[in-house]
Design a protein around this ligand. Structure first.
Ligand SMILES: [Fe+2]
Ligand SMILES: [Fe+2]
Length: 379
């Protein structure tokens, strides 16, 4: 079978289109106008058949029966608002007399940071800001959705509290970038509006097995990415920004712990389905949440952003493989026994995949290094 490269860090190989929008089409009056507006707002994705509700209905019981286990083992990874950091802890205080002085200092520190770094930080912030889409995904997932908006199930409590914690990430980065004086906020805000409007289809099929494989992978990937922006900010001499990225990374790490624990539990209860879900997501490739980002200008914005992230070493093809290898070890996939034929095939696939991906790392690095410098509307 042909090996697909992870598009996350391999812009040239990415197969996703950007949303395409035509403002000219909405000027006509009447019904045509409504129809055209819909087309205008619709994301341009590869219009494959969308698979829905692929989990066999009898497996719903598994998730219902885990409610107490989630309360005891998963909710403990969350922090209450009283014990959480808030964006304001890292930002100039607009009600203090020294506000303008603090903003000036922030801008002085930001002056020593290269543009490429800001491209990556903006891309990370835009990804965080598309949070409404991620909460939507959790709430269309069978067995774990919040059915009322204030459901008392442990799964729903997790979904809401996780979202509430994540919401601080976009807020903090957004405000920091605004104050830095280094970026075009209007272009960034437009990109966020486009991205949330575009939605995302990660092919998780309303299936909690697939969803939690994805979230496990994604939380670890964002942990690595924020940890690396923290490290770089330190190297550029901005220890305050390093702190900002470091605290966000620590949140992602807690979330990773929770999601990987859920999959660990599913491996115990239902190893066959779980290993097949793991293989299925890896075959589809785990794409970064914001792969449909668009700023109204650059049709390949996500690819260009990924190239810079690879070049800077913030999130690379090597990181992608590292995450995969980590998860294979974390869930002891190699040691699984008693699987069905399809289960064994899935097990072999995920266990051998890291080795195959390693061979592509050097090439991906070279592609990114040799890619021409692109100008971003954000900077
Ligand atoms: Fe986050
Ligand atoms: Fe996260």
């Amino acid at each position: 079978m042909a090996l697909k490269l992870p598009s996350v860090a391999l812009p040239a190989m990415a197969s996703f289109g950007s949303p395409k929008f035509s403002m000219a089409s909405i000027v006509h009056p009447g019904l045509k106008k409504v129809e055209n507006l819909k087309t205008t707002l619709m994301p341009h994705q590869d219009q494959q058949v969308q698979v829905k509700h692929s989990m066999p209905p009898q497996k719903m019981e598994i998730f219902k029966s885990l409610d107490k286990w989630v309360a005891d083992n998963i909710l403990i990874h969350l922090k209450s608002p009283e014990k959480s950091w808030q964006p304001q802890d890292f930002l100039p205080d607009s009600k203090s007399d020294g506000f303008f002085e603090q903003v000036k200092e922030l801008q002085e520190r930001a002056k020593g940071i290269p543009d490429d770094y800001f491209v990556v930080l903006v891309g990370d912030m835009i990804t965080e800001e598309a949070l409404p889409t991620y909460q939507t995904i959790l709430n269309i997932t069978d067995g774990i959705k919040d059915e009322t908006g204030a459901s008392l199930s442990s799964w729903a409590i997790w979904n809401r509290a996780w979202t509430a914690e994540e919401n601080r990430h976009g807020d903090l980065l957004n405000k920091y970038l605004y104050l830095s004086g280094r970026v075009d906020m209007r272009q960034i805000e437009k990109t966020i509006q486009y991205l949330i409007g575009a939605g995302m289809d990660w092919k998780m099929e309303n299936n909690p097995y697939l969803t939690f494989i994805y979230t496990s992978f994604q939380e670890r990937a964002t942990f690595i990415s924020h940890k690396n922006t923290a490290k770089l900010a330190g190297e550029y001499g901005d220890t305050e920004l390093a702190k900002v990225c470091g605290f966000i990374a620590a949140d992602e790490k807690r979330h990773e712990a929770a999601y990987t624990k859920i999959i660990e539990k599913l491996f115990k209860i239902d190893p066959d389905e779980t290993v097949q879900a793991f293989a299925s997501m890896m075959r589809k490739r785990i794409t970064m949440p914001a792969h449909l980002m668009y700023d109204g200008r650059d049709e390949n914005l996500f690819d260009h952003f990924s190239t810079v992230a690879q070049r800077l070493g913030v999130y690379t093809t090597k990181d992608y493989t590292d995450v995969l290898e980590f998860l294979v070890d974390r869930w002891k996939v190699k040691e699984l026994t008693g699987l069905s034929g399809d289960g064994r095939k899935a097990q072999d696939y995920v266990c051998e995949l890291p080795l195959r991906l390693r061979k592509l790392e050097e090439k991906a690095h070279l592609i990114a290094k040799q890619a021409p410098t692109i100008s971003f509307s954000w900077i």
